[in-house]
Design a protein around this ligand. Structure first.
Ligand SMILES: NC(=O)c1ccc[n+]([C@@H]2O[C@H](COP(=O)([O-])OP(=O)(O)OC[C@H]3O[C@@H](n4cnc5c(N)ncnc54)[C@H](OP(=O)(O)O)[C@@H]3O)[C@@H](O)[C@H]2O)c1
Length: 297
C-alpha cells in the first residue's frame, strides 16, 4: 500500500510517499480502508521532532492520527462494527491507504468521509478543555484563536450547552465566527478593549499560543479560569496547560450526536492527495486553517 512516512525529523520535505506493508488490526482494534485523513498541527510538530509525549518516536515513522474510512478488518473482541461499516476515529499512521484505529464511531448519515476525518482530535480537545475550564450554561467563554479546527469545535459545543462565546480570529474569519453563533472580534492591537466592549468574561481558552496569557488572566480575573493548549509558558503565570488527551470514544459519540442534530459542522479548508502531504503541512503550519485540512488517499 501507499503511505506517507519520514525517516528524519525536519521540514515538510522530509515527508515521502512510500510503498509499505499493510498494517493489521490487533485485539481491540479495527483496520480501515482510509477514505480521508485529518491533518492536525500535532502531525507536523511530531515531524519536526518536538518532544510531545512520554514515548520517543521511532524512525522511519508514519504520520497522522485521524481518519475516516470503511472497516475492512475487525480485531479480536470487537463487536460494535462490521466489515463494510463507515467509521471515523483515531489511530496511527493514518496518512495511508490502510490504517489501524484504536477508537472509532459509526459515521452519522449526513457527513462525508472528507468532513468526518476532521473531527476526532479536535472534538476530543474541545470537549476536554471546555470541561477543564469549568464554564457553565449562561456564562461567557472567551476563545483566542477561534476559527481553526479546535476553535470551530469549541464554539459549536459551547453554543449547544447555552454558553456565550466571544471569539478572536483574523479579519477574514469574523463572519465565519458569527455563523457559528459567537460574538467576534479581531486579534492584534487593541483586542483586549474590543473584547471588553463585547461583555464580561467568565473563562478563557488560549488556542493560538500567541502570547496572550496575561491578558486572558486580566479579562477573567483568575488564572484558574484560563486554559491554554498551545503556550508552554502558561504554567509560569498560574494557567494550566492541557495536553493529556481524554476519551476519544466519548468525543466521537458527542460529535456523532451533534452532527446528527445539525449542531456541529467543521468545514474542510482544503483537501490534498496523499502525495501532497508536504503541501498540507506547509499550509497547516501557516497558522490560518479554517476548520480542518484533509488528505485523500
Ligand atoms: N495541547 C493539546 O492537547 C492540543 C490539542 C490540539 C491542538 N493543540 C494545539 O493548539 C493549536 C490550535 O490547534 P488547531 O488545530 O485549532 O489549529 P489550526 O486549525 O491551525 O488553527 C489555528 C488558528 O489560529 C488562529 N490564529 C493565528 N494567529 C493568531 C493570533 N495571533 N491570535 C489569535 N488567533 C490566531 C488562526 O485564525 P485566523 O486564520 O483567523 O488568523 C487559525 O484559525 C495548535 O498549536 C495545536 O498544536 C494542542
Amino acid at each position: 500500500m501507499k503511505k506517507v512516512s519520514f525517516a528524519e525529523f525536519g521540514g515538510p520535505s522530509v515527508l515521502r510517499l512510500v510503498d509499505a506493508p499493510e498494517p493489521h488490526a490487533g485485539p481491540g482494534q479495527i483496520r480501515v480502508a482510509v477514505r480521508a485523513a485529518g491533518v492536525n498541527p500535532v502531525d507536523w510538530r511530531i515531524r519536526e521532532g518536538q518532544k510531545l509525549g512520554a514515548h520517543p518516536i521511532e524512525l522511519p515513522s508514519g504520520v497522522g492520527l485521524d481518519a475516516a474510512g470503511v472497516v475492512d478488518e475487525v480485531g479480536e473482541g470487537i463487536d460494535d462494527v462490521e466489515v463494510g461499516d463507515h467509521v471515523f476515529g483515531e489511530g496511527s499512521s493514518t496518512y495511508a491507504e490502510f490504517a489501524v484505529l484504536s477508537a472509532w464511531a459509526r459515521m452519522p448519515d449526513r457527513v462525508t468521509f472528507e468532513e468526518a476525518a476532521g473531527y476526532p482530535s479536535v472534538v476530543e480537545t474541545a470537549l476536554r478543555i471546555i470541561d477543564e475550564v469549568g464554564v457553565k450554561t449562561g456564562q461567557t467563554l472567551l476563545v483566542s484563536g477561534a476559527s481553526g479546527g479546535v476553535g470551530s469545535a469549541v464554539l459549536q459545543i459551547a453554543r449547544d450547552r447555552g454558553i456565550t462565546v466571544i471569539g478572536t480570529a483574523g479579519a477574514a474569519n469574523q463572519d465565519y465566527l458569527r455563523g457559528l453563533g459567537a460574538l467576534a472580534t479581531t486579534y492584534g492591537e487593541g483586542w483586549v478593549e474590543r473584547v471588553r466592549r463585547l461583555g464580561p468574561v467568565d473563562a478563557a481558552l488560549d488556542l493560538a499560543g500567541s502570547g496572550v496569557i496575561r491578558e486572558l488572566v486580566e479579562l477573567t480575573g483568575d488564572p484558574g479560569r484560563v486554559i491554554t493548549i498551545a503556550d508552554l509558558g502558561g504554567p509560569d503565570l498560574g494557567v494550566r496547560f492541557s495536553g493529556v488527551a481524554g476519551s476519544v470514544r466519548a468525543a466521537l459519540a458527542l460529535a456523532a450526536d451533534l452532527i446528527s442534530r445539525g449542531r456541529l459542522h467543521i468545514p474542510v479548508d482544503t483537501s490534498y492527495p496523499l502525495a501532497a502531504a508536504a503541501a498540507a503541512h506547509t499550509d497547516s503550519q501557516s497558522g490560518h486553517t479554517r476548520g480542518r485540512r484533509v488528505l485523500l488517499p
